[in-house]
Design a protein around this ligand. Sequence first.
Ligand code: ATP
Ligand code: MG
Length: 421
Amino acid sequence: MAKVVKAVRGMNDILPEEAHLWHFFEQTVHNWLALYGYSNIRTPVVEHTDLFVRSIGEVTDIVEKEMYSFVDHLNNDRLALRPEGTASCVRAAIEHNLLYGGPQRLAYSGPMFRHERPQKGRYRQFNQVGVEALGFSGPDIDAELIVMCTRLWQMLGITGLRLEIGTLGSAESRAIHRARLIKYFEQHVKHLDEDANRRLHANPLRILDSKNPEMQPVIEQAPRLIDDLDESSRIHFETLQQLLREQGVQFEINLRLVRGLDYYNRTVFEWITDKLGAQGTVCAGGRYDGLIAQIGGRPAPACGFAMGVERLMALMHECGKEIARSVPDVYIVHQGEQATSFAWKTAELLRESGCQVILHCGGGSFKSQMKKADASGARFAVIIGDDEAVMQVVTLKPLREVADQVRIDLNTLSDLIKAKN
Ligand code: ATP
Ligand code: MG
C-alpha cells in the first residue's frame, strides 16, 4: 500500500460530526453582526510579509517566531499566511478608499496561521471572527464593541467569562513610559531572560507580556503606564468605564494588560475563562489609532477585536450548550425500474417545496434500504415500488413514532410532511 499522507501538524480537519456546531456558531455570528450593523469583508489568506511586519511589529512573538512567511519562488515575492485579520482589513480599507464615505463597521472571519506549539486551544491553523470599527475615535464605539461581545456570549450560551480592560495611553505617553521602562529594566538586567534582553531597547513594553514565571517578580515591580498616562487618554478610559457601567457590563481593570501586537493604544481588553486551562483568552482587542496612517492611509482612529473560534466552541461545550444535529425529513426507498424514475420525480418535487430528502442510491432489497432509512435519522420513509409508480402514489411511513403507514398522492405528501415539522 502507498504511504499515507497526513494533515500538517497543528492544522485540523473539521469532520461532518462536528460541522453542525460550526454551522450553529457561524449562523449565530452572522445574525449577531447584523444586529449591530457590521458589514462583512473578505480578504486573501496570503499578504505581503511586509504588511504584518509593519503593522504587528518587528519585535513581537507573532512576527519573530510564529508567522509563516516564505518566498514565492515563481516571482521572488516575500509573502506570508495571515497570522491575524486586522492588518489585512485595514490594508483593504485603505486600498479601496472605504473610509472616503465615513467611518466603517466591518467584520471578517476565517483561518489564521501561526507556527506555535500545538496544544489544546492552540493550533497552527485556527479560526478567528474579528470586528473592526474604522474611523471612530471612541470611547462610545469601544463600549459598543464590548457590549456586543456580551450579547454574543449570551446568544452562544456561554457564561462565566471575565472581562479585563486596560489602557495603553497615547503614543506620547507610551514614549515617556518606554523610557522609564528601559531605565528600570537596565537596573534589573540580571533578572531578564534572553528574549527580554533582546527586547530591552527595541520594544521594552513586550517584556511586560512575558509568560516566563521567573520574570514575573521583576515585571510586577516595573513602572506602571497609568502613572504616565496623558490627560485625554485618562478621560477616554474613564468614559469607557462609565459607559460600561451604564450598560451593566462587569469588568476588572488590569493595568498590566499588554497585547501581543504593537499597534494598540488607549483601550485594550480581553475576555477570559477559567474553564479552558492555560488557553483562557477567547477574545481580545483594543484601539489602534495609529495603524491606518502607519501603513499608508490617511490618519484615522480605529478599534476592534478578534475572537478564537475553536476556543469559543470548546467553551460552549464546557458550558453544556448542546446543538441538535439536523436530520433529513425524508428517506426515499425504491425498487423497480418505473419505481426508480417515480422516486426521482418525488424527491425533486419534495425538495422544491423545501423538504430535506435523501434518495436512496445503490439499489438493494427494500429491507436493506429501510435499515439505511432508519440509520439516517429521517423522520419519514417514503416507499415506492412499481405498484405505487403505476398508481402515482407513495407509501409514507413514520420512522420516529408508532403510527400506521399511509398511501397518498404527491400533492398531499409534502403538505403532510411539513405539517408534522
Ligand atoms: P495567546 O495569548 O493565547 O497566544 P494572542 O494574544 O496571541 O493569544 P490574539 O492575537 O489577540 O491572541 O488573537 C485573538 C484570539 O485568537 C485569542 O484570544 C485566541 O482566542 C485566539 N488565538 C490566538 N492564537 C491562537 C492559536 N494559535 N490557536 C487557537 N486560537 C488562537
Ligand atoms: Mg499568541
